[in-house]
Design a binder for this molecule. Structure first.
Ligand SMILES: Cc1cc2nc3c(=O)[nH]c(=O)nc-3n(C[C@H](O)[C@H](O)[C@H](O)COP(=O)(O)OP(=O)(O)OC[C@H]3O[C@@H](n4cnc5c(N)ncnc54)[C@H](O)[C@@H]3O)c2cc1C
Ligand SMILES: *[C@@H]1O[C@H](CO)[C@@H](O)[C@H](O)[C@H]1NC(C)=O
Ligand SMILES: *[C@@H]1O[C@H](CO)[C@@H](O)[C@H](O)[C@H]1NC(C)=O
Ligand SMILES: *[C@@H]1O[C@H](CO)[C@@H](O)[C@H](O)[C@H]1NC(C)=O
Ligand SMILES: *[C@@H]1O[C@H](CO)[C@@H](O)[C@H](O)[C@H]1NC(C)=O
Ligand SMILES: *[C@@H]1O[C@H](CO)[C@@H](O)[C@H](O)[C@H]1NC(C)=O
Ligand SMILES: CC(=O)N[C@H]1CO[C@H](CO)[C@@H](O)[C@@H]1O
Length: 538
């Protein structure tokens, strides 16, 4: 390089640096001024705001990054991170973000698979809710009020402190945040007995685009319906949910049984498809399918099928039931562990039985693997031939595994339009495509993401069609995005129909009523009605 181009290159870098910092301070100063005007002076609201230049900015940002793919130097970073201590801080953040025309990204637990709570391709502010995590449990009335920034582990722990015979039907991973999980549908190992988390939400509070706090009464039926499965991020900032707790027996049973293809795993999967979605509601048998090295021939790959179970009852009854319904499994009493509901939740979260429940209070800050997830719904059983073909494709593709989550039971009884979550009767099971890796870098990322996409394409013939449905909480930008443009309705309809089927229409109605200017938006938010129809409505 000659000196002149080198110099101009340095100047260019400098210019870039100055303009980036300028962009950030041109957001920071007016935003902070506005926050001061909209909060009580004694609040010290500026203490909740982290500028890019603050020494703690990076750790605050990284604490709730849960997918290492979005933790690189080229990942777009927020201009500011706001960490409200009070609900009034959230109100002010919405008012001020809107008034300076900068997008806010709402983060509760940060588990979004595509990083949608902390990444954007436009200048943005993160509204990080980790300080708003109070939980109050009222056992007499079987109710809990939980703020969005709480984790599922904290919720389970606070229930367990007060009662050994109550629980809540939600996810398995204890660090998942209440805000994203519940608004996105939320399911776990009591799905077949109690349905989804959203089926037990009896009230909620949300900050709307005008900075008002609304509850079930004041937000209206459409919006209350929408935030039960339609995702929070399109409508406002959910502050809290009021939940109806469910009863759990004092003793439940868990087991894990594994078989490879050499051990007749195919027979097992054939029978599982028949039994798991139809058996006793108290029984949830998750099926994991993974390519592994064969024990018989070390140069060969096989598929390992693992049945991981929660039964809301005793082992004797379970063994009898499965001897009859699922003989291929060959379940024996020795395979089962009888334990409390809390211990079962710990075991499901990969802790050994007997681990102290306090581990559910550990937020495991700033730790993440590289992940890609996708989802599908299966409505007719996959034939033996189909399965055998799929095993070949899994081995060919490499590392991507499946998690089959059986539906049926309570899920089939709740109408598909009772909440915004539509995937109810008629679905045998949901598939999660799952690949995780530890190697940094774009080459590894490309390899693993491509694998998952290939497997997804191989599965086309076996899964739901028109639309090919997907689960919002397993966010997957491959199924369509909008580009934040004005004319995003048609783009929004593509992923919207997949996530919400026929409920999409009512979601658009709720969105258009509560946020007609589309301030609350992300790559897969609910679009507003095109301008034409808004004019007609006015
Ligand atoms: C390890 C792991 C295990 C998982 N296990 C399960 C499981 O067992 N069952 C299941 O159903 N799902 C599971 N998920 C998926 C999980 O439920 C979703 O990713 C969920 O959205 C995470 O919620 P969050 O608050 O942690 O996420 P965030 O990333 O904080 O938020 C997710 C989305 O919701 C929006 N949002 C968050 N908080 C609010 C709020 N207060 N108001 C409005 N919008 C908000 C965000 O902007 C973002 O768009 C799992 C995910 C991971 C990474
Ligand atoms: C606000 O900040 C001032 C000055 O730093 C301090 O004296 C005061 O105690 C703070 N108030 C609160 C509520 O934190
Ligand atoms: C960083 O920001 C926090 C939150 O506003 C503040 O308390 C802290 O003093 C800031 N640190 C520095 C070095 O400015
Ligand atoms: C697999 O099935 C075959 C045929 O039913 C049977 O003979 C064999 O014992 C089974 N193998 C195992 C490991 O269960
Ligand atoms: C993010 O990357 C930094 C190194 O750049 C690392 O220290 C940190 O642990 C990572 N955090 C997550 C959540 O991946
Ligand atoms: C929709 O309305 C907004 C202003 O309300 C305007 O900026 C935009 O251009 C309109 N878009 C279309 C497609 O008409
Ligand atoms: C039947 C039974 O009790 N199985 C296991 C339950 O869990 C404990 C602790 O992990 C094991 O030691 C038992 O073998």
């Amino acid at each position: 390089m000659t000196q002149a181009p080198a110099l101009s290159f340095i100047l260019l870098l400098l210019l870039l640096y100055v303009s980036v910092s300028f962009a950030d301070s041109s957001i920071y100063n007016p935003f902070l001024d506005c926050l001061h005007k909209n909060t009580d002076p004694s609040d010290n609201v500026s203490h909740t705001v982290y500028a890019k230049t603050n020494v703690s900015y990076t750790s605050i940002l990284e604490n709730y990054i849960r997918n290492a793919r979005f933790n690189t130097s080229s990942t777009p970073k927020p201009s500011i991170i706001v960490t409200p201590l009070k609900e009034s801080h959230v109100q002010a953040t919405v008012i001020c973000g809107k008034s300076i025309g900068v997008q806010i990204k709402i983060r509760s637990g940060g588990h979004d698979y595509e990083g949608s709570s902390y990444v954007s391709d436009q200048p943005f502010i993160i509204l990080d809710l980790f300080n708003l995590r109070s939980i109050s449990v009222d056992i007499q009335n079987e109710i809990a009020v939980v703020q969005s920034g709480a984790t599922l582990g904290e919720l389970y722990y606070r229930i367990w402190e007060k009662s050994k015979v109550h629980g809540f039907p939600a996810g398995v991973c204890p660090t998942v945040g209440v805000g994203g999980h519940l608004s996105g549908g939320g399911y776990g190992n009591m799905l077949r007995k109690y349905g989804l988390s959203v089926d037990h939400i009896i009230d909620a509070t949300i900050v709307d685009v005008n900075g008002r706090i609304l509850n079930k009464e004041s937000m209206g039926e459409d919006l209350f319906w929408a935030i039960k499965g339609g995702g929070g991020g399109s409508f406002g900032v959910i502050l809290s949910f009021t939940l109806k707790l469910v009863r759990v027996p004092e003793i439940v049973t868990v087991f894990r049984v594994e078989k490879t293809l050499e051990e007749n795993a195919t027979d097992l999967v054939v029978q599982w498809q028949d039994v798991a979605p139809r058996t006793d509601d108290r029984l949830f048998m998750r099926l994991l399918l993974q390519p592994v090295t064969s024990k018989v021939n070390k140069n060969q790959k096989t598929i390992r099928a693992s049945v991981v179970t929660m039964f809301l009852g005793r082992s004797e009854e379970l063994v009898k039931l499965l001897e009859k319904e699922f003989p291929v499994l060959g379940l024996k009493k020795e395979n089962c562990n009888e334990t409390s509901w809390m211990d079962a939740m710990l075991w499901w979260a990969n802790f050994d039985l007997g681990t102290k429940p306090e581990v559910f209070l550990d937020r495991a800050l700033n730790s993440a693997q590289f992940l890609k997830r996708k989802s599908d719904y299966v409505q007719t059983p996959i034939s033996r031939d189909g399965l055998e073909w799929i095993w070949k494709k899994m081995v060919e593709v490499g590392k991507t595994g499946f998690v089959f989550n059986p539906y049926g039971g309570r899920m089939s009884e709740i109408p598909s339009d009772a909440t915004a979550f539509p995937h109810r009767a008629g679905n045998l099971f949901k598939i999660q495509y799952s690949v995780s890796w530890d190697e940094a870098g774009s080459e590894a990322e490309k390899n693993f993401v491509t694998q998952a996409r290939r497997l997804y394409s191989y599965m086309t013939a076996f899964v739901s069609k028109n639309p090919r449905s997907a689960f919002l909480n397993y966010r997957d930008l491959d199924i369509g995005t909008n580009n934040f443009g004005e004319e995003s309705f048609e783009e929004g309809e593509v992923y919207g129909r997949k996530y919400f089927n026929d409920n999409f229409k009512r979601l658009v109605k709720a969105k258009s009523a509560v946020d007609p200017q589309n301030y609350f938006r992300n790559e897969q938010s609910i679009p507003v009605l095109p301008n034409k129809s808004i004019r007609i409505r006015n």
